[in-house]
Design a protein around this ligand. Structure first.
Ligand code: FES
Length: 593
């Protein structure tokens, strides 16, 4: 009889296998363990799917294979695990011919993309980091588009938790920067996003479906109602109103306008997180497709209506009533925009940002009003605000408490969200959009309240033609030094100087951004680090490779340096998954000893 095809390898004779109980097949493929048990022959990947320990060192009893590294147990016949955290062992076909045992050396599935899609669903459902990492790697290798992976994870997150959470924010933030990431980093970014979504959903009640109203009220009424329900914290009513707007075919700009108006009924709600989440939900829909608006967008409503506004805090009421100041100004916005409508090409963004950093709230508001009168569009104001907030971080004094970084961070990410939302809303119908500018006023007041973080201010390196010649000059060495700085605690100023050095020498901003992204993706980063990175990349995109752009990336680097290093446990999980998927022998030495 002919030998099996070239895909099969000879393991040994059946007699030899019966005597030894097991054989190992090595070669240019992953090592295969062949086991004889109660009259049957089985073949499976010799590397434990958990961390690669050689399964030949495990034991078989009653059809159950146990790995003695962390004691994961597997059904010998199917390879399926009894311990979900360990994942299933890939098995391979085995044939006994003329007393010889042949095993197929390739582990494959008829539809790889479908297989890894299902594995990702399992990993997400059970919050299994290793399974998520393998499935992410498997999907990318199978050629599944990144946007499709993001869609799968985003819809899982929207359906399996009663409200938008940090996981979906992280997923969206990282998905936004995928275009600037190398392939390896894209895998890490998607893994981090998915694992944080899974963690958010673990143990949570799934979301309950709600339906739009049977009628189709006009857009103005729906916008009014959304504000009304937000004011009285009526979540069900607000969700049905939003679903009705979606069902009525509101454009993304109209939906943004309606939600922004409702959100800014409260000032700087939930220290800016509520608005940031709303903006991220819009960005998520840009990534996964607006046909999913009804599934994703209402998830932000719960937090929006429940959020605590800054108007409830003493700092916003005394010694100056900042909320009243904002309200007075809001009533003037329509006239101001009308006055500025004739002016075009307003370009005072950087100058306005400096005025926003002042220490007199009335003058800050006057500066905003003057800019509107001079022709600044809402998005222009948002851009100035975001840059000013970045400067708060870039000049954050090292004498502050560590927790104060978050105060500066909150204003910056809020300001970035305001800028993005106002850009989305646009100027097509400015008369109805003036309510949205309240977000700028609130952000300006939050920025004002954080002024103490710059007393004394940290110096921004690279300004005024500073050369920084004590630092390396070539981009690779600067990048390595930057990562080295992030490897040590409290290297905030060194990180800032290296960023300035890179940019003032005219090196590629994209390479620098990739280094900053790598610095975040190798860490067990906190939620804010992802937000800071993505908001910084967004704002750099708005300002370009200018002094202002440099200040923004310095802000990002300083924040990241203050929050690095961490344990990097997730990176280890991702690395194990990647090596297992590539067929490496992770514990070769242990196996051969
Ligand atoms: S259980 Fe096998 S390596 Fe952990």
């Amino acid at each position: 009889m002919d030998a099996p095809s070239k895909e099969f390898a000879l393991a040994g004779t059946l007699e030899e296998l019966k005597i030894k109980g097991q054989l190992i097949v090595h070669g240019g493929h992953r090592p295969i363990l062949v086991i004889y048990d109660r009259g049957r022959v089985f073949a499976l990947d010799n590397r434990c799917p958990h961390m690669g320990f050689p399964l030949e060192r495990g034991s078989v009893e009653d059809g159950i294979l146990t790995c003695h590294w962390h004691h994961a147990r597997f059904d010998l016949e199917s390879g399926c695990t009894f311990d979900l955290w360990a994942d299933d062992v890939p098995i391979c076909p085995v044939e006994v011919r003329n007393g010889d045992v042949w095993v197929k050396t390739t582990f494959t599935h008829a539809d790889l993309a479908a297989h890894w899609h299902q594995r990702l669903a399992n990993g997400l459902a059970h919050d299994l980091g290793l399974v998520i990492a393998k499935a992410m790697h498997g999907q990318l290798v199978a050629g599944v588009p990144q946007a499709e992976v993001v869609r799968e994870v985003a819809l899982f997150g929207a359906q399996n938790r009663d409200g938008w959470g940090v996981g979906l924010t992280i997923l969206t933030a990282l998905a936004n920067i995928l275009p600037v990431l190398p392939e390896e980093e894209a895998y890490l970014a998607l893994f981090h996003g998915a694992r944080r979504v899974a963690a958010d959903c673990a143990g949570e009640a799934p979301r309950r479906e709600r339906a739009p109203l049977g009628s189709r009220p006009d857009p103005a009424a729906l916008k009014r109602w959304l504000r009304r329900w937000t004011n009285v914290r009526h979540r069900e009513a607000a969700e049905r109103t939003l679903l009705t707007a979606i069902a009525a075919g509101f454009s993304p700009a109209e939906l943004a306008d309606a939600l922004f108006a409702a959100e800014t009924e409260r000032a700087f709600a939930d220290t800016g997180h509520s608005l940031d989440f709303i903006n991220k939900a819009f960005e998520c829909l840009d990534l996964v497709g607006w046909q999913h608006a009804a599934a994703l967008l209402p998830t932000v409503v719960g937090q929006m209506v429940a959020a605590r506004g800054a108007e409830e805090s003493t700092a916003w009421r005394q010694p100056v009533d900042l909320v009243a100041l904002c309200e007075e100004s809001t009533s003037e916005l329509a006239d101001l925009f009308a006055a500025g409508r004739g002016s075009r090409d307003w370009s005072g963004h950087a100058a306005l940002a400096q005025e926003l950093l002042g220490d007199d709230p009335a003058r800050i508001v006057d500066a905003l009003k003057e800019a509107i009168r001079a022709g600044a569009a809402p998005a222009d104001l948002g851009q100035s605000l975001a840059y000013a907030a970045a400067l708060r971080v870039a000049r954050f004094g090292n004498a502050n408490e560590h927790a104060d970084w978050e105060t500066a961070h909150h204003v910056f990410t809020y300001a970035n969200a305001v800028h993005q939302m106002l850009t989305r809303i646009g100027t097509a119908n400015i008369d109805t959009h003036v309510t949205a500018v309240r977000g700028v006023l609130h952000g300006a007041m939050a920025l004002y309240l954080a002024r103490y973080l710059n007393v004394p201010p940290a110096r921004i390196p690279g300004d005024g033609g500073e050369q920084l010649d004590d630092l390396p000059a070539d981009p690779e060495t600067i990048g390595a030094a930057l990562l080295d700085a992030f490897d040590r605690q409290r290297q905030v100023d060194l990180a800032a100087r290296l960023v300035a050095r890179h940019l003032t020498l005219g090196h590629s901003p994209q390479a620098l951004i990739a280094t900053l992204a790598h610095a975040v993706l190798r860490e067990d980063a906190g939620f804010h680090a992802y937000q800071m990175l993505e908001a910084g990349v967004r704002q750099f995109g708005a300002w370009g490779d200018t002094d202002e752009g440099r200040h923004i990336l310095i802000a990002v680097a300083r924040y990241l340096a203050a929050h690095s290093p961490t344990e990097r446990a997730s990176l280890q999980t991702a690395d194990i998954a990647r090596r297992l998927m590539r067929g490496g022998e992770l514990h070769q030495e242990a196996g051969s000893s």
